[in-house]
Design a protein around this ligand. Structure first.
Ligand code: ATP
Ligand code: MG
Length: 474
């Protein structure tokens, strides 16, 4: 990972550089040369025209001599760094800046034909094989009246144009180089804004994977990378919380298992070595049984809770009469009510009150709430169970006038293993899992459960259920 991203970027840079150079070496070169040729041709053509109107005309109108014209032509040729010729239409050279005047045997340009020039005001080539290398040639006619008497030809060596072009192209190369160096700034930005933060994020994910969920990601930008880092940090934090929770649960479970097991172990050993005499056995067997019951309950609760979580809680919803379920559940508590002389008061709405929910799970909810109400009630008190119907919902309330829950404990009672201090004295068997199971079940139904409690006065738990659709029922 470390290398590839950088290598890829460097390859992109190399491609950029190579393409830049190719563009300069081909397009730019061609464009520069053709531009320079055009410019040169225009300049020479203008000059040729001026010359044809002056020196050309006066030569053909015999106003100046060939020798005089030759001198001027030579000067012009030197000034332009070119070769100037004055030709008859037949190709006969009258004056040539590169040759001495030869009146008796004047040289000719073989095959000279001005129609080949028509269309463009300049040509590039050897001009009827007069030169060994390419020259740019322009021609301006010398006209008197309506007839062409001759031509002024100016030839310029293409090598000179190439030389100028080379100078200009060198500047292009330098520009590309400067551009390339400047674009390294992008690389620096990329390194600082993307690459380094990414490496830090990778380092952090590696730490997370290795279990170090508290490792801080030191990326603090408000762009997408920063967002990614923040999301990862959040994920790690949540995982850490989950892990803490898990540890907490295991610690609680171990503790809850150890104390009954230690006491069972202690009593059994005392029986074995005779510390407890046989006549006392019934009492201690009772204690041991009590402890094993607690262990069974704890195991069952843990299994229930585990299933609730792992199944994603698949509910088997049916329509049933909640009033009936409440009555039946209460009847299972007759024994303990009689023991504590607790009276159950029912205030149920309607003869039947159909709800749409998972019957077994709701039975468990009612069992847990009523069990708590009885456990934490004083002797000779009353527990009220009520059902009401409102806005297509059924509300079930279980209300006692028992020890109540201290204000600071109210938000915690639905937590796993939570038991308030004042309840511990009253209930040594409790696992602290009943209400968390209850809450999970109600939540899976998409409903709510609330608690209202005042320490020393009493507690009320209210949960909602969906009213069964009457029409569907029939
Ligand atoms: P278990 O349900 O496994 O027997 P538990 O009853 O202690 O154990 P929960 O039902 O989850 O556990 O209740 C958690 C704690 O909330 C109780 O220990 C108690 O402190 C408090 N609590 C619950 N219901 C009442 C109530 N009706 N009155 C007073 N305190 C209550
Ligand atoms: Mg309970």
């Amino acid at each position: 990972m470390k290398k590839t991203l950088y290598v890829k970027l460097l390859i992109a840079y190399l491609i950029f550089a190579v393409f830049g150079l190719i563009v300069v070496a081909t397009f730019m070169q061609q464009m520069t040369i053709s531009r320079l040729q055009q410019n040169k041709a225009e300049e020479l053509y203008r000059f040729a025209n001026i010359m044809s109107e002056n020196e050309g005309l006066s030569l053909y109108q015999n106003e100046s001599s060939i020798a005089g014209t030759k001198t001027v032509t030579d000067q012009y040729a030197e000034m332009l760094n070119a070769r100037i010729q004055i030709l008859n239409p037949s190709g006969l050279i009258i004056v040539d800046s590169a040759l001495p005047v030869d009146v008796d045997n004047p040289p000719t340009v073989e095959g000279f034909d001005m129609t080949t020039l028509s269309g463009s005001f300049y040509t590039i080539g050897r001009f009827y094989n007069q030169f060994k290398s390419d020259h740019l040639s322009v021609a301006a006619p010398i006209t008197t009246g309506y007839s062409v008497r001759g031509y002024i030809l100016i030839h310029y060596d293409c090598k000179l144009i190439q030389k100028t072009a080379d100078h200009l192209i060198d500047i292009d190369y330098i520009l590309v180089l400067i551009l390339f160096v400047l674009s390294l700034i992008i690389l620096i930005f990329f390194t600082e804004l993307v690459y380094m933060p990414l490496r830090r994020i990778i380092a952090a994910t590696e730490e997370y994977a290795a279990g170090n969920l508290r490792y801080p990601i030191s990326v603090d930008s408000d762009d997408e990378i920063g967002y990614l880092a923040a999301s990862l940090a959040y994920m790690a934090q949540e995982l850490a919380k989950g892990e803490d929770n898990q540890k907490h649960i295991v610690a609680n479970v171990s503790h809850d298992f150890r104390s009954p097991l230690t006491s069972i172990n202690g009593y059994l050993k005392a029986m074995e070595d005779g510390t407890i005499p046989p006549e006392m056995y019934p009492k201690y067997i009772g204690i041991v049984l009590n402890e094993t019951e607690r262990l069974i309950k704890l195991t069952n609760n843990l299994l229930t809770l585990n299933n609730l979580n792992t199944e994603g809680m698949i509910l088997d919803k049916t329509d049933f009469d909640i009033n009936d379920v409440i009555r039946k559940t209460i009847s299972t508590f007759e024994g303990s009510c009689r023991e504590k002389k607790i009276a159950m008061e029912l205030s149920l709405t309607g003869d039947t009150l159909p709800v749409h929910a998972d019957l077994t799970r709701i039975q468990q909810v009612l069992y847990n709430l009523i069990d708590n109400a009885i456990k934490f009630s004083h002797h000779n008190s009353v527990i009220k169970v009520e059902t009401t119907e409102r806005h297509n919902k059924v509300f079930v309330s279980v209300k006692d006038s028992g020890i109540g829950i201290p204000k600071e404990s109210v938000p915690l009672v639905f937590n796993r293993f939570y038991k308030s201090d004042i309840s511990r004295g009253k209930d040594k068997k409790g696992t602290g899992l009943g209400l968390s199971i209850t809450k999970e079940i109600i939540r899976a139904h998409g409903e709510n459960i609330n608690v209202i409690s005042t320490e020393g006065v009493g507690t009320e738990f209210i949960f909602s259920l969906k009213l069964a659709d009457e029409e569907e029922n029939e």
